[in-house]
Design a protein around this ligand. Structure first.
Ligand code: NAP
Length: 260
């Protein structure tokens, strides 16, 4: 059974892998033997994250990449392939939050477009060149691929004053289902992870808001925010052979928040 989760020889990309949930995913993958390339905009955050990852394994590298830029994602894919020779999994995790303070009536077109450019276009930009590589590899008898996108509970329930964020994440769920069906024949699975409230930079402002925390915490059965480490198990499972028959799913990791 332990061998089932041995990721030696596998290579994964984690966008937004220099912090928060993405770094939790990257650390778990590296700890299980996977080579990992983290992509993020901020070179200093990349360097700091690499230092943490190197304590767990030496097959790690980082690319400065804004996933809203299609050419940058293609270049980062090429650089990852040059470094490691193959890509077996792509965790399209990079994303921005919406702030939750602006009424829809006041939403600017720039605000709307920026959200979709990062949260949805960014997934398209990361997945497409990687999928092309996976399909080519399948044609040579080496069919294996894992597409994983970080969605949100907002994709199911929406969030008032954050409708652009919720809509970008709902689109990811549909995208994943379509990719799962289209690419099953190549040994490629596609799944979305839907985190609940997680302790990262993105939720720092909310966690400092006592009124918000007093309202939300009693609604989380596990009685705490999730941590990036709470995504370790699902990341290793989805990257492993164990998940070969698990595709087109939207996997909720929320401490029970959504059913309480
Ligand atoms: P975070 O700590 O703010 O991390 C966001 C990551 O995305 C950073 O590594 C950031 O790196 C990267 N990023 C942002 N814009 C990017 C861009 N244009 N190109 C490349 N990288 C970019 O937030 P997080 O909570 O871990 O968020 C990770 C994912 O989980 C997001 O998709 C978010 O929507 C989702 N999520 C989070 C929660 C939560 O409660 N925290 C709940 C549901 C879903 P750089 O700054 O270096 O670019």
């Amino acid at each position: 059974m332990t061998k089932m989760f041995d990721l030696s020889g596998r290579v994964a990309v984690v966008t937004g892998g220099n912090g928060g949930i993405g770094l939790g995913i990257a650390e778990a993958l590296v700890a299980h033997g996977c080579a990992v390339s983290i992509w993020g905009r901020n070179a200093e955050k990349n360097t700091a994250a690499l230092a943490r990852l190197r304590k767990l394994g030496d097959k790690v590298q980082a690319q400065v990449c804004d996933v809203s830029d299609r050419d940058a994602a293609i270049a980062a894919t090429d650089a990852t392939l040059n470094a490691f020779g193959r890509i077996d999994g792509c965790f399209a995790n990079a994303g921005i939050g919406g702030g939750g303070r602006t009424a829809f009536a006041d939403r600017t077109a720039d605000d709307w477009r920026r959200m979709f450019a990062v949260n949805l276009d960014g997934v398209f930009h990361a997945f497409q060149p990687v999928v092309r590589h996976m399909i080519a590899r399948a044609g040579q008898g080496d069919g294996f691929g894992r597409l994983v996108a970080t969605s949100s509970m907002a994709s199911l329930f929406g969030t008032a004053r954050n409708e652009h964020y919720a809509a970008s994440k709902a689109a990811i769920n549909s995208l994943i289902q379509a990719l799962a069906v289209e690419h099953a024949r190549f040994g490629i699975t596609a799944n979305a992870i839907l985190p609940g409230w997680i302790d990262t930079e993105m939720t720092g402002g909310l966690q400092a808001n006592d009124r918000f925390m007093a309202n939300v915490m009693p609604r989380i059965p596990v009685r705490r925010f999730g941590t990036p480490e709470d995504f370790a198990g699902i990341a290793v499972y989805l990257m492993s052979r164990a998940s070969a028959y698990h595709t087109a799913d939207t996997i909720v990791i929320d401490g029970g928040y959504s059913v309480f």
